[in-house]
Design a protein around this ligand. Structure first.
Ligand code: LLP
Length: 419
């Protein structure tokens, strides 16, 4: 059963009507389904079958502590990209031995924090980062376990902003340079090269680019092993796309089955397979609840003005991304309209030129598939407090992040004495 579904015309998350949540927590509010999270995680985990593997969750998709706690309890690892995400995953109870740290610009403080927690792997993206890591580890008497993030030069065929595996993208190290770097690591005292990592982009809806990139990167694993490195981990990255509208999307099993012939010999040789999916796990587990403030017409155009805007859910404005819009109380009536927010930009919309529920003022709408890169990309633009977040499990629900208040908007701001 779909974890967001209609019962007698009312939209439910699991066993809770969304109208009940809106009444209790107000709007705008993100609502997450525990069952949907668990299903997506298990789907992914099961897809690997008996291959030795660990599914890491890409925290950037949604770092709410309750989401993280749930994933840690399923047995997931975590893929982090900042000291802030490291702080979150430690607070949520992740085993640091299941944490991998990626990112092109890790600062000294962040590298030190990772070393301090003895995380599983640093996904290193440049020669300079490696030098720094060796220096800090040496200075503090630590060992750094390292994966080289290889750039396989494969186009993920997704949105330009979220394509990361081509030569011209800032991410990773070309294969030949990775080999040169590996030779240098042999001279390092405090860095152990035990992994290869790759990630070519996000919302990838074709198997082809994944398979091509994974095969190329697996070649590097083989070559490093031939050169005497004990490559214990091969991280195939994240990026598996989800259905937002009516896209034909591969399942986790489709992906793993397609690359199984490449992964099996590696796993048989003692290399554990890691992946780091964010959207696949959290994307369809969340919806953004919003109330209609006004209806308005401008010439032929019809607008539904809601209390959620681009600061709450940026994806439509930034990527022209499509999110389904459902009425919390369905009567089937549709109107061709734009669903817009209160933010002072024409680019502030959640849906544009679409047949949307013909919602009246005060009606409640749900913007679907908003569990990943929804709240995590929310901002205070226009001095709008960020929305509340709620998790549903069966017939229970709880606020897992309070709605911000005006006082939160000026937290840390100071008026200097010279004014
Ligand atoms: N690993 C690395 C190194 C990444 O850069 C990312 C995402 C992931 C894993 C997780 O990718 P996923 O499985 O979630 O596709 N804000 C954009 C998405 C940005 C993705 C950035 N990196 C959006 O809203 O579509």
């Amino acid at each position: 059963m779909d974890d967001f579904h209609y019962e007698g015309g009312d939209l439910y998350c699991e066993d809770v009507p969304l109208a009940e949540i809106a009444q209790g927590a107000g709007t705008p509010t993100y609502v997450y389904s525990h069952a949907a999270l668990e299903r997506a995680y298990r789907d992914l985990d099961d897809a690997f079958g008996d291959l030795d593997h660990l599914v890491c969750y890409a925290v950037k998709a949604n770092g709410n502590l309750a989401i993280l706690r749930a994933l840690a309890s399923f047995g997931a690892g975590a893929d982090i990209v900042s000291g802030g995400e490291l702080y979150r995953v430690m607070r949520a109870g992740f085993d640091p031995k299941k944490v991998v740290f990626a990112g092109v610009g890790k600062t000294e403080q962040e590298l030190m924090a990772g070393l301090g927690e003895r995380i599983l792997l640093f996904n290193v993206e440049s020669a300079s980062e490696l030098d720094h890591l060796e220096r800090y580890a040496f200075r503090h008497g630590k060992k750094a376990r390292v994966s080289l993030r290889v750039n396989p030069n494969v186009d993920a065929e997704t949105h330009e902003h979220i394509t990361t595996g081509r030569e011209r993208d800032k991410f990773g190290i070309p294969v030949d340079e990775a080999l040169t770097l590996a030779d240098r690591i042999k001279e390092f005292k405090c860095v152990d090269l035990i992994g290869v990592h790759q990630h070519i982009g996000s919302q990838i809806t074709k198997i082809g680019p994944h398979a091509e990139a994974i095969e190329k990167s697996a070649g590097l694993v083989d070559e490093l092993k031939r050169r005497g490195f004990d490559i214990k981990y091969f991280n195939i990255g994240g990026g598996l796309g989800i259905r937002y509208k009516d896209e034909d999307v591969p399942t986790a099993k489709d992906l793993v089955d397609a690359v199984r012939p490449t992964l099996e010999p590696l796993a048989a040789g003692g290399t554990k397979i890691l992946c780091e999916m964010g959207r696949y796990i959290a994307g369809n587990a969340g919806a953004l609840l919003t109330s209609v403030i006004y209806r308005k017409k401008s010439g032929e155009k019809s607008f539904i003005v809601a209390d959620a805007g681009m600061n709450d859910l940026l994806r439509p404005s930034l990527y022209d991304a499509h999110h389904e819009v459902r009425a919390a109380c369905e009567d089937g009536a549709l109107a061709n309209a734009d669903l817009v927010g209160p933010v002072c930009e024409s680019g502030d919309y959640l849906a544009r030129d679409r047949d949307l529920p013909d919602a009246a003022e005060g009606d409640l709408l749900a913007v679907m598939s908003a569990g990943a890169y929804g709240f995590s990309m929310a901002s205070n633009y226009n001095s709008r407090p960020r929305p509340a977040e709620v998790m549903v499990r069966g017939d229970s629900w709880a606020v897992v992040r309070e709605r911000e208040h005006n006082a939160d908007l000026i937290k840390g701001e100071l008026v200097p004495a010279f004014l």
